[in-house]
Design a binder for this molecule. Structure first.
Ligand code: ATP
Ligand code: MG
Length: 364
């Protein structure tokens, strides 16, 4: 069986370092590993509209931002198909048929939907489209017959929902769809990077992000004012490493080379953590080091982005071409689905013959 990747991002803002460690970095590695037959990367504008229906301009403006971030981190249109969800109408059609295979109570139990509803203060005014977006996500994944979905931990219930829909579809209509596997980051700190404010998840919608395109002084300001151990008041006090966002970021970003270059007093992160836990290492010093590490990681990304920013029509052209390629693939799957469901009346010679025979019999 071919190995196929599908993943994507909502164009609700520029991409941030949470996206980078949670998914983008891995995608680029997988892309360059040559281990996959096809890679589809989707800008999920239709999904973004499910909770931004009254703000289409925000979604429209952010498509180019996400595309620039993709190119900046090293996604390569020659190796990966970059496309825009709304341009593939087959995805909407698939969702409509999958809706019959999912119950309302199953969607209500989805923990990601639950927490996102809470986060957005929807209470009882949840848009139907938002409520059902796990189904549309199943359409996105299965349309490309994806075997692998590299995403952050928050997406786990979504992939499980997709797997259920695939199993249900195949058991009712016959083996048609492919059950995907989730691919989570190996590094635990990258599963769900917290916000700079210490909140559980860095998220565009919460405004607690360090963006990939951010200028150096802005990054520094954000890092130096990050939430840390609130009980670590004096340098000589023992500090808490566990759950401390500054150390979670270091877990996610710092490599031994960074210590040699920016903090030669320590051979590795464990030594720095031990010193902090013992007492005698101040937050400012740790944050300065984290700033150096993040600056080193983001500088080449920012530079590449600036190059692509000089030719915006080229970026739109990449998305247009990618959307054409994606549409052809999704159209094939939709045709398979309709055949399996036997809603292909005009191509179904057997059906026409059977109905003719039935009425001929009645005549006799
Ligand atoms: P929104 O607030 O609009 O939902 P978001 O910041 O959650 O935006 P998405 O576009 O929903 O971003 O997520 C894109 C991908 O990035 C998903 O694979 C998701 O798992 C991953 N991701 C998002 N935020 C984080 C994070 N803080 N840590 C790790 N992975 C993340
Ligand atoms: Mg999200």
């Amino acid at each position: 069986m071919s190995k196929i990747i599908l993943t994507g991002d909502r164009p609700t803002g520029k991409l941030h370092v949470g996206h980078y460690v949670g998914s983008l970095k891995r995608r680029v590695e997988l892309q360059n590993s040559g281990g996959f037959d096809k890679i589809f990367i989707m800008i999920a504008d239709a999904q973004a509209l499910t909770d931004n229906a009254d703000n289409p301009e925000k979604v429209r403006q952010n498509i180019i931002e996400v595309a620039l971030d993709y190119l900046a981190v090293g996604l390569d249109p020659a190796k990966s198909t970059l496309f825009i969800q709304s341009q593939i109408s087959e995805l909407t059609e698939l969702s409509f048929y999958y809706m019959n295979l999912v119950t309302v109570s199953r969607l209500q139990r989805n923990p990601t939907v639950k927490s996102e509803i809470q986060m957005r203060n929807f209470e009882t005014s949840i848009p139907v489209g938002f409520f059902t977006y796990p189904i549309s996500q199943a359409a996105d994944i299965t349309a490309f017959k994806a075997t692998t979905v590299p995403v952050g931990e928050d997406q786990e219930p979504m992939i499980e929902q997709t797997r259920e829909i695939v199993r249900k579809f195949n058991s009712v209509y016959g083996e048609t769809l492919v059950e995907p596997d989730i691919l989570l980051p190996d590094n635990a700190a990258c599963l769900r990077l917290p916000g700079t404010d210490g909140k559980a998840k860095m998220s565009k919608s919460l405004g607690n992000c360090i963006y990939l395109s951010e200028e150096p002084d802005e990054i520094k300001k954000k890092v130096m004012s990050m939430f840390t151990d609130p009980n670590h008041l004096r340098v000589e006090d023992p500090g808490q490493v566990e759950g401390n966002p500054v150390f979670i970021y270091l877990d996610a970003f710092a490599r031994d080379e960074h210590f040699a270059e920016f903090a030669p007093d320590y051979a590795n992160l464990q030594e720095m953590k031990d010193h902090y836990s013992r007492g005698g290492l101040g937050d400012v010093k740790v944050k300065r080091f984290l700033n150096e590490v993040i600056q080193a990681e983001l500088e080449p990304i920012r530079k590449r982005r600036k190059e692509f920013q000089k030719d915006i029509p080229y970026v739109y052209e990449v998305l247009r071409k990618g959307s054409e390629v994606a549409e052809a693939v999704a159209a094939q799957t939709l045709s398979d689905v309709k055949n399996a469901m036997k809603i292909n009346y005009f191509d179904d010679k057997e059906l026409i013959a059977m109905q003719s025979a039935k009425y001929e019999e009645m005549e006799d």
